[in-house]
Ligand binder design. Structure first.
Ligand SMILES: Nc1ncnc2c1ncn2[C@@H]1O[C@H](COP(=O)(O)OP(=O)(O)OP(=O)(O)O)[C@@H](O)[C@H]1O
Ligand SMILES: [Mg+2]
Length: 275
């Protein structure tokens, strides 16, 4: 079958004005004593619905849309067609959705389900339903939570749909490349971090690990990394005088001048008043 869904956003200001008018109207109708029971029931429903919609728009920032859904059902013969139609109608009814067969308007219905963006006004007044933005979310047919960045690295599986999650955290779309790993003790946070380190290494990304718990010694030696122990009785040191290309920030130039300036800052921290 083909399904097509149309959404028409309504002007909130106009909707509220009309609703308010109709709420008054229906309230008057409910008050009339000589109505029969059923009419009053329907009027009460309408009244409550209208008030609900107005409240949602005014207080919860919802928007009102018109929703139109058309379905064209295909079959090889009449029997099969009737069978499928019955099944679809059954499913819709069991979910409280009213459906109608477009007798004598089949062509308009059919055209509306072709990808031409035709919401024929010969049938659309029958198909029209009010819906608030919150409800419209549920009608969106293409829900895919795939995260797949090109040149990214594998982070894991999406439990919802078994798709792979591949993230390139340096991609420009992301605000920055920070990540945060949460999990209970023993749930695999360290394991995951180490996997990421190995994968980043394959991509040739420079990595620094600050490791107060000495957890990363082994992986460091396996990947031919440099292990710097920093402490009073350690025999490795950071050479503060080393000039590295990456020490220049964006827009700065002059390695030496820059380094000297930074060293001033550094020694001032240690010796106070260095100048
Ligand atoms: N994806 C995985 N496949 C196989 N084994 C795993 C996986 N993730 C974790 N493990 C194993 O589970 C155990 C606990 O993992 P890990 O040490 O990474 O947990 P943790 O979250 O860092 O815990 P803690 O909070 O105590 O540091 C380890 O033995 C690790 O090898
Ligand atoms: Mg850990």
């Amino acid at each position: 079958m083909n399904i097509s869904i149309f959404y028409e956003k309504q002007d909130s200001y106009k909707v509220i004005r009309e609703l308010t008018y109709h709420i008054g109207d229906v309230a008057a109708e409910i008050d009339e004593k000589n109505k029969n029971r059923q009419d009053i029931d329907i009027a009460t429903f309408t009244y409550n619905d209208a008030k609900y919609i107005r409240k949602e728009i005014q207080i919860n920032n919802e928007e009102l849309y018109f929703l139109y859904i058309y379905i064209t059902v295909y079959a090889n013969n009449l029997k099969e067609l009737n069978y499928t139609l019955n099944r679809i109608q059954g499913i819709l009814q069991s979910r409280g959705i009213q459906s109608r067969i477009a007798y004598y308007r089949q062509e308009d219905g059919f055209l509306s389900t072709l990808p031409f963006m035709i919401n024929s006004d010969k049938i659309n007044h029958i198909a029209r339903r009010n819906i608030l933005s919150n409800g419209i979310i549920a009608t969106y047919p293409f829900i895919s939570s795939n995260i797949f960045d090109q040149n990214g690295i594998y982070f894991g599986d999406n439990r919802e749909n078994n798709s792979l999650i591949v993230i390139d955290k340096y991609k420009e779309e992301y605000k920055n490349s920070n990540i945060c790993i949460f999990g209970t003790s023993g749930s695999g946070k360290s394991y995951f971090s180490k996997l990421q380190i190995v994968r980043n290494r394959i991509l040739g990304i420079d990595q620094y690990v600050i490791d107060p718990e000495r957890e990363y010694d082994f992986i460091c030696s396996q990947l031919d990394g440099v292990l710097l122990k920093i402490g009073p009785n350690s025999d490795t040191y950071l050479n503060v005088l080393e000039i590295r290309e990456s020490s220049l920030e964006d827009g700065e130039s002059g390695y030496l001048a820059n380094k000297i300036q930074k060293l001033f800052g550094f020694f001032e921290l240690i010796f106070r008043k260095f100048n």
